[in-house]
Design a binder for this molecule. Structure first.
Ligand code: SAM
Length: 271
């Protein structure tokens, strides 16, 4: 198909196309689609996943940055009324476009260059997608799922897990892509929590807390947090939660960050 459309691949756009139909079907299955579901697909490429999503009765909006691929998709899917094709840089488009994705699912084999910013951008929206089924580098998927016992646990893990539960995950061998990527890949399903752990205002405080807490991994967390919160408030919270004065951010789980946010959040006039 690439040759037919005279398309040369661009490595910087993460153009590794999934040609293994079993894996395409597995990704589409992981989204647990019902007929009429609205799906956002970022980076449809030549459209194998798009086709599988449409076959499940989904109404798909697909955003592709590459003009040649966008043109080929328009041709391939010209008779398809359930597909809206958009030619845009998805990250820019998401930042400028609609902010309410609560009735949507994201199902994508993402471009690895911008995959994690896209998932984090959507995860942090007050009305983010109900589910996200994403294929990315295995290392990024590992970070998203990580817990405090792991070296790669950090800001990304917490920003995703604040609003999403970790669901099914499976590996996709490099040989299932053309060309084969240099890295291993995995698909991960994320499901939005029905009951939010924090209010919207508190979520903003959580983001500040996590980013500052992890800003220097070797430093004691309380020292870092003093740049933003008053020492007395931090000490009261620390004692209430019975936390070690020498603790580092990577030792604290999501629940503790949530509890800490509730205590540091400015109802106390801390601003
Ligand atoms: N979904 C296809 C598949 O499974 O074969 C293609 C996946 S390929 C890993 C990533 C796709 O994302 C490519 O088609 C690439 O052109 C597109 N892409 C890269 N950067 C993008 C961006 N910022 N916005 C939208 N699409 C992008």
């Amino acid at each position: 198909m690439l040759a037919q459309h005279g398309i040369m691949l661009t490595k910087s756009l993460g153009q590794n196309f999934l040609h293994d139909q079993n894996q395409v079907q597995r990704i589409a299955e992981a989204a647990q689609l019902k007929s009429g579901d609205r799906v956002l697909e970022i980076g449809p490429g030549l459209g194998p996943l798009t086709r599988a999503l449409l076959a499940k009765g989904a109404r798909v909006t697909a955003v592709e940055i590459d003009r040649r691929l966008h043109a080929s998709l328009e041709q391939t899917f010209q008779a398809e009324s359930s597909l809206t094709l958009i030619h845009a840089d998805a990250l820019k488009w998401l930042r400028q476009g609609p902010q309410d994705w609560s009735q949507w699912k994201l199902v994508s084999n993402l471009p690895y260059s911008v995959g994690s910013p896209i998932v984090i951008e959507l995860a942090l929206l007050p009305k983010g997608p109900s589910d996200m089924v994403v294929t990315l580098q295995q290392e990024v998927i590992d970070r998203m799922m990580a817990t405090p016992d792991s070296k790669i646990y950090g800001v990304m893990s917490l920003l995703i897990q604040l609003r999403y539960r970790i669901g099914q995950r499976f590996r996709i061998p490099a040989g299932c892509f053309f060309p084969e990527p240099d890295v291993e890949s995995s698909c991960l399903a994320l499901h939005r929590r029905h009951t939010p752990l924090l209010t919207e205002d508190q979520c903003r405080t959580f983001v500040q807390l996590v980013k500052l807490g992890f800003s220097q991994r070797r430093k004691v967390m309380w020292k870092l947090l003093k740049q933003r919160w008053h020492a007395d408030l931090l000490e009261t919270a620390r004692q209430q939660l019975e936390l070690d004065p020498m603790i580092r951010a990577q030792a604290l789980g999501l629940d503790t960050f949530v509890a800490l946010t509730q205590r540091l959040h400015p109802t106390s006039g801390e601003g």
